[in-house]
Design a binder for this molecule. Structure first.
Ligand code: COA
Length: 537
């Protein structure tokens, strides 16, 4: 394979300035992640630990194999939402290694409003379940939750993708043969009682763990019966009388040790075999990405410079390098795994869309996972391009992306706008994982363009009604409002907060994160492609 050559001048002023700006962005990212991890009130900490319970991060540390990576999902979920303190949407979740096996973990953080479930917490749980299902990962729940966050119950309870879906998914996961292990380390109240009830294995911690459909306050209000949480749904009741729980643990650490034993004895399906190569570090330092990523999304960047700092040995076999040049397609290895990469080098034209379609179909047939490096303004527009059938060619690419059955991974390295988001495997196209870089943005179009469109629509409307078009002043004020809203709502933090992505990545970590994700994805078999041959577009 050809080694990618770099044209980056690491001594240039532009490089140094880009690096400075990216380092500032990374400092902010680290500080937001730290806040999400550590910002808990003293009252909540004391209340939690005085009951003999371990903080959620400590539980995780005991659960995971020592010195193994944890691929955290949505650490900034609910960022700046609610009272700005429902960090990670009250849940710590991700893929970790337990007894040498990749598993999916969903752990309530009871130091955030008693571990109650906010609307974004429901969304995060559903996303974690989707990851478990798509990648066939055993699922471990560390439950410690006061159930629905009652003031927002209308956003949590009634709809199809609300709380009930969690238990619905549990039934399907069981049917799919995905083991589910739940440790009851605090309350599992009301709907939350079904989390252990619908699991395959239930470990119940003495004294602190309780499962009930109605807690003591509700029982007292409804029936007049006065009981403690332990009498109502403690470990003794459920391990000895009801049979809801299977194993009784002395404390948190004991429960975690039992979970590890359960995982140890689970049958281990063989992972999907890919033709691997020995791992080689990239020839160029991934940290050089800091100086390569431009400060402004409007400044173009050759995605080969990015690929060269992500793939093994910076080696890349480019497909149709002279055709459809605004989309770079080709094969490489990441941590030894073969991948097909698609990276934007400008707007999508008919040729680039057709090239992508053929490339995606080739990779899908050959069972080579796909990596999309998104930096895209959209498809080309205009009279000539419409007449030439850009929509028809875009359709081919969007259809190929939709139907590809190989694991797909998307990294938004710059802009993710318009139908380009769709064609380059945006969230709606079921990439197994999607991450944003700190400089990236996602929206239908940039704020300036959106404002210009709205002003043009407004002016047409006024002219139709026989009125004067907007004054320069009114147009400027309309524009400012749209640009400001659009800036805020397209930002990577806004996206991560709403779980439109799985997290914001330090660009230099992209290679390692992709390696972990590729490894996890191979727990699920890659199906054979049925149907017709790969067409030369
Ligand atoms: N909805 C909204 N807020 C809730 C809540 C709920 N279901 N359960 C607890 N909270 C809040 C409390 O108001 C408190 O808020 P504050 O820190 O601003 O004062 C915080 O969560 C912690 O609760 P607290 O009772 O002080 O802590 P604790 O460790 O003693 O107990 C629980 C935590 C969850 C065991 C306990 O609060 C409880 O039993 N909650 C009700 C559970 C329930 O019946 N849920 C039914 C929902 S379907």
């Amino acid at each position: 394979m050809e080694i990618l050559e770099t044209r980056v001048d690491t001594n240039s002023e532009t490089y140094r300035e880009n690096k400075r700006v990216m380092e500032e962005r990374l400092e902010k990212l680290r500080s937001e992640l730290k806040k999400a991890r550590d910002d808990r009130s003293e009252k909540a900490y004391n209340r939690h630990t005085s009951q003999g319970k371990l903080p959620v991060r400590k539980r995780l540390e005991l659960l995971l194999d020592r010195n193994t990576p944890f691929l955290e999902i949505g650490p900034l979920a609910a960022w700046n939402m609610y009272d700005k303190r429902v960090h990670g949407a009250g849940i710590v979740g991700g893929i970790g290694i337990v007894e040498g096996r990749e598993v999916l973990i969903n752990a309530n953080d009871a130091m955030i409003k008693g571990g109650t479930i906010y609307p974004m917490g429901v969304k995060k749980s559903l996303r974690l379940q989707q990851i478990a299902m798509e990648n066939r990962l055993p699922s471990i729940g560390l439950v410690d939750s006061g159930g629905a966050f009652l003031p927002l119950q209308s956003e949590i309870f009634p709809d199809a993708q609300n709380g009930g879906r969690i238990f619905y998914n549990q039934a399907w996961m069981s049917k799919m043969g995905i083991p589910q292990i739940t440790a009851v380390m605090g309350l599992c109240t009301a709907g939350g009682a079904y989390i252990p009830a619908m699991s395959d294995y239930v470990v119940h911690v003495k004294k602190t763990g309780a499962i009930f459909l109605g807690g003591p306050p509700l029982v007292r209000a409804a029936t007049g019966e006065v009981v403690t949480a332990d009498e109502l749904g403690g470990a003794q009741v459920h391990c000895q009388q009801s049979g809801v729980s299977d194993f009784m643990a002395e404390d948190d650490a004991d429960a975690i040790s039992m979970i590890r034993q359960i995982v140890h004895r689970l049958p281990r399906p063989t992972k999907h075999p890919l033709t691997m190569q020995a791992v080689k570090e990239p020839l160029y330092d991934p940290k050089e990405l800091y100086g390569i990523v431009p400060q402004k999304l409007s400044t173009p960047v050759d995605c080969r410079e990015i690929i060269a700092r992500i793939v093994d040995g910076s080696e890349f076999m480019e497909f149709k390098s002279m055709y459809g040049s605004t989309l770079v397609c080709g094969w490489a290895y990441i941590h030894g795994y073969p991948v097909g990469i698609l990276g934007n080098n400008g707007i999508l034209f008919s040729e680039s869309a057709k090239k992508a379609t053929q490339f995606i179909q080739l990779c899908d047939r050959d069972k080579i996972p796909l990596v999309f490096l998104q930096n895209i303004n959209g498809f080309i527009i205009g009279k000539q391009y419409e007449a030439d059938g850009i929509t028809k060619d875009g359709h081919k690419m969007v259809a190929a992306v939709s139907l590809a059955q190989v694991p797909k991974f998307t990294v938004v390295t710059g802009g993710s706008f318009g139908a380009g988001n769709y064609a380059m495997c945006g969230r709606a196209y079921s990439p197994r994982f999607l991450w944003m870089w700190p400089n990236s943005q996602v929206s239908v179009m940039g704020g300036e363009q959106a404002a210009d469109v709205m002003i043009s629509v407004k002016n047409d409307q006024m002219v139709r009604m026989g009125m004067d078009p907007l004054s320069a002043e009114d147009a400027a004020s309309l524009k400012q409002g749209i640009v400001e809203t659009s800036e805020e709502e397209s930002h990577a933090y806004y996206s991560s907060s709403r779980l439109w992505d799985d997290g914001i990545l330090d660009p230099a970590q992209t290679r390692d994160v992709l390696g972990l994700a590729l490894s996890a994805s191979l727990n699920a078999p890659i199906p054979d492609v049925d149907g017709s041959c790969v067409f030369r577009m």
